[in-house]
Write a protein that binds this ligand. Structure first.
Ligand code: SF4
Length: 235
């Protein structure tokens, strides 16, 4: 169906962005002396609606009010912002959606109806706090999914490097490397980086061993700041 929609079209631009989908229970502490977190950085995403820009705008306004009030007292304690977020539409909405991520652990068919029930009842049923595993606690493994990936045809499916080229990424070759990672890592981890990164930043040399540790090449100037790897395996 999508193929028919795209027929005869032209790729004019490209970009990538990971969505912070942890929801209400995954939100970090929002303030520290002299600083606040707003929007995506604070996990303010309504997962059911896949929207968060309106929360980012609202959080920015709430942060500005708290910061202004604190500075007038000659203070950098912005902790009142935490409460105002909780009491605002951001807190209310995200609390209602607090468990809509977790049922998908059971798969789409079993989890989907539960999520619909949660949305319809505004989080009341099934209520409580649903558990979810920590991403960084799941061991890495090399599966077979990649064997089913279609090859780039330049028409509907594109290779990573040509996509980065038209992304408008302005990182210069002489800019300092902003990606600080250990480069000698187990092959499972190196492959995870290489497959997850949409911009071809991580490269495993062709002569690298099939098992054990490998030396990863980091093409940092390709990075489009999507945040995918930080979200999954930053820890
Ligand atoms: S290095 Fe990380 S942030 Fe940059 S494009 Fe790759 S996955 Fe995204």
């Amino acid at each position: 169906m999508v193929r028919e929609i795209l027929e005869g079209g032209e790729r004019v631009s490209w970009g990538a962005k990971a969505i912070p989908a942890g929801g209400y229970w995954a939100m970090p502490k929002l303030t520290m002396p002299g600083a606040v977190l707003v929007g995506d950085g604070a996990g303010m995403v309504n997962l059911a609606a896949l929207k968060g820009v309106h929360y980012a705008i609202k959080a920015g306004a709430l942060a500005a009010e708290s910061i202004y009030a604190a500075l007038k007292r000659d203070s950098v304690d912005f902790s009142s912002y935490e409460d105002t977020v909780e009491e605002s539409v951001i807190g209310t909405d995200l609390y209602e959606q607090r468990n809509t991520r977790q049922p998908f652990q059971m798969g789409l068919l079993r989890g989907g109806p539960l999520v619909n029930l949660m949305i319809a009842t505004k989080g009341r049923f099934p209520g409580g706090r649903w558990k979810i595993h920590r991403n960084d606690a799941k061991p890495m493994f090399i599966g077979k999914t990649k064997n089913g990936y279609p090859k780039p045809d330049g028409k509907y499916i594109f290779d990573k490097l040509s996509s980065v080229f038209i992304s408008g990424n302005a990182t210069r070759d002489d800019a300092p490397n902003h990606i600080r990672v250990q480069t000698n890592v187990p092959r499972e981890l190196a492959e995870t980086w290489a497959w997850m990164c949409p911009a071809g930043v991580y490269e495993i040399p062709e002569d690298a061993p099939e098992h054990g540790d490998v030396d990863v090449i980091v093409n940092y100037t390709n990075c489009v700041q999507c945040g995918a790897i930080t979200a999954k395996v930053g820890a």
